[in-house]
Design a protein around this ligand. Structure first.
Ligand SMILES: C[S@@+](CC[C@H](N)C(=O)[O-])C[C@H]1O[C@@H](n2cnc3c(N)ncnc32)[C@H](O)[C@@H]1O
Length: 417
């Protein structure tokens, strides 16, 4: 890919490793017919529907919260692997989604930096943003490799809250780069630095598979060394070889990677598996790092809403049957209602167990246990309805409300006289 059109003079070189090997490792473009010179952007796959809905729900929450007590109301979005900005059919990619936020969130100044290594993608991106960004917006779209623009990205962010989306095809940034971003010094209250990182399962599985080969090309050896840099040492090699199924090995490695980044930065992490179909193994894991409790809560909300959008995308409404002139019934809304009732039942039974044991339900502490198997599927509406059943039965006080549900603490009412 990108390197076949070499860099123009004066522009930063695109390392063959990032641009070529990463793409070869990725499954992201699988199955697409090639109409443009980058098959990823022909049309959106189900996994990208999930990823973009997550960003669309989460980023405004971050912007609203993190920008609220900044004197200049400025915050920064950096997209290190920005792509073309939109798909060939006009569907927004991450840059266009954010451009729509910049236009819509007039209470905040959202300054943006986009980086894209592939020349044709960069040209498309820049032209698109010139059309779509509001005239007063502060933004730039840089051509080149993400790592070469990292210093600039951090000085662009300066002391403002920063949300960085790292969405490579392949192995992505090194461990020191990720921890440097999350540990950036900032004058102001709180860290207000978050990263959403796409940990591409196929790329890690395929590169890990090189460990089982007897002879390796120099390119593959380089990929393994790069994996050591991405994961901060060779610890992952034993982890990979000790598990037979690549997707299970990647799951373990992603979890351990998140734990190590957390240790090095003081961040909490959320790992979200993203699939193209329910029966597939994850195409990638989205890993979110934040130091703020609200970030964990809102990321969980966003993931659940993204999963609803993803289910709809995987079960599109039946086409109208022209012969009968009747629209065939769409089973999806009914199925969705049944699923939601099951989540509420499940949350209710978890809540009864927590209350029996602890005599208190403390949502900030107990949220994971309360959601249980509905974690990543149900969202706060279902949590509130599950808790409300205990309130209605006279077992819990006060009444759980939608507002501030993330801070809710309820106890059994005192026994009557
Ligand atoms: C998964 S796509 C990005 C999709 C985009 N974030 C979105 O959601 O619409 C990955 C992009 O990263 C670009 N890329 C590959 N290596 C890169 C690097 N080292 N630095 C910056 N961009 C890179 C590719 O050309 C490709 O456009």
């Amino acid at each position: 890919m990108g390197v076949s059109t070499g860099p123009a003079s004066g522009e930063p070189p695109v390392p063959a490793h990032d641009a070529l090997e990463d793409y070869a490792l990725s499954d992201e473009a699988g199955g697409e017919s090639v109409q443009t010179d980058d098959p990823f952007f022909v049309s959106k796959q189900a996994a990208a529907v999930f990823k973009h809905k997550l960003l669309k729900v989460y980023f405004p929450k971050f912007a609203g919260k993190a920008g609220s007590n900044e004197p200049d109301r400025r915050l920064v979005y950096v997209d290190t692997h920005a792509g073309r900005g939109s798909y060939d059919d006009g569907t927004p990619g991450s840059p266009l989604l954010i451009a729509q936020n910049v236009a819509g969130m007039t209470q905040r100044q959202i300054d943006c930096l986009f980086v894209e290594a592939r020349r044709s993608n960069h040209q498309h991106l820049k032209a698109l943003l010139e059309r779509e960004m509001p005239p007063t917006a502060v933004w730039d779209a840089l051509h080149g490799a993400a790592s070469e623009h990292l210093n600039h990205a951090l000085s662009f962010a300066a002391d403002s809250p920063l949300f960085m989306f790292i969405d490579p095809y392949g192995l992505g940034p090194t461990f020191p780069e990720v921890t440097r971003i999350l540990n950036r010094p900032r004058r102001g209250f709180g860290s207000k630095t978050e990263v959403l990182l796409n940990f591409i399962s196929g790329a890690f599985a395929r590169a890990g598979g090189y460990l089982r080969m007897n002879t390796l090309t120099p390119q593959r050896l380089k990929t393994l060394e790069h994996l050591d840099e991405v994961l901060n040492g060779p610890w992952w090699r034993d982890a990979y070889l000790s598990v037979d199924v690549p997707s299970a090995a990647v799951k373990q490695i992603a979890a351990e990677y998140a734990r190590r980044v957390g240790n090095a930065t003081g961040c909490r992490s959320t790992l979200i598996p993203v699939k193209n179909r329910a029966h597939h193994v994850p195409l990638y894991w989205l890993v979110h790092f934040t130091k703020h409790q609200d970030g964990v809560w809102w990321m969980r909300e966003a993931a659940s809403q993204a999963s609803a959008e993803w289910r709809r995308y995987c079960s599109p409404p039946p086409a109208t049957d022209d012969d009968t002139l009747f629209a065939l019934e769409d089973p999806f809304p009914g199925e969705e209602l049944t699923r939601q009732q099951q989540w509420i039942d499940h949350i209710e039974s978890n809540a009864r167990r927590v209350l029996d044991r602890a005599k208190v339900i403390n949502v900030p502490v107990d949220a994971e246990e309360l959601y249980g198997e509905a974690l990543g599927l149900a969202w706060s509406k279902h949590l509130r309805q599950g808790l409300a059943r205990l309130y209605d039965d006279g077992l819990l006080q006060p009444k759980p409300l939608a507002k501030d549900l993330d801070k809710y603490v309820g106890v059994a009412p005192p026994a009557g006289p």
